[in-house]
Design a protein around this ligand. Structure first.
Ligand code: ADP
Ligand code: MG
Length: 142
């Protein structure tokens, strides 16, 4: 089975982010899996821009989370790369972020193993020469 799709350049990654934004008109949890530089933040940037964000998007490496309020909705962008232990998320009040009406985007979800609930969508990213490849793994909530 090969669910990987080639993403030629940054512009294509931004467009994919916009696409994901359309799939999530309400809340949800999206986790982004892939090595440093695989394009996680770029995809998030595409999503945020599609929802009307005009400023720049930096990964909240030290603050762990960056809040946005776009089109009447709370969106939280997490970068857990520097999370020391999953329990740290409990201390920062992760449950308040994971409300059903909020859209949460999480880079490095592996760092929060056991604390984060199942994602609605897992975005897998990997290098493919100079380009990237993406695999969207969706989980339906029944
Ligand atoms: P991550 O958040 O996974 O560490 P970034 O989103 O910061 O990665 O991307 C790292 C670099 O990869 C950026 O310079 C970005 O422009 C570039 N990039 C993103 N998507 C692609 C792509 N599909 N093809 C080539 N370069 C890309
Ligand atoms: Mg990043």
């Amino acid at each position: 089975m090969n669910n990987w799709q080639r993403v030629d350049d940054e512009a294509a990654m931004l467009a994919l982010g916009a696409n994901v934004a359309q799939q999530f008109p309400n809340g949800g949890l999206i986790t982004l899996h892939g090595d440093l530089g695989a394009g996680k933040t770029t995809l998030v940037r595409g999503l945020l821009r599609a929802l009307g964000h005009t400023g720049n998007v930096k990964s909240p490496t030290y603050t762990l989370v960056e809040p946005y309020h776009l089109a009447g909705r709370d969106i939280f962008h997490f970068d857990l790369y520097r999370l020391a232990e999953p329990e740290e998320l409990e201390y920062m009040g992760i449950r308040d972020y994971l409300r059903p009406d909020a859209l949460c985007l999480v880079e490095w979800p592996e760092k929060a193993a056991g604390v984060l609930p199942e994602a609605d969508l897992r975005v897998h990213l990997r290098y493919c020469g100079e380009a990237r490849e993406i695999f969207l793994e969706e989980f339906s909530r029944l």
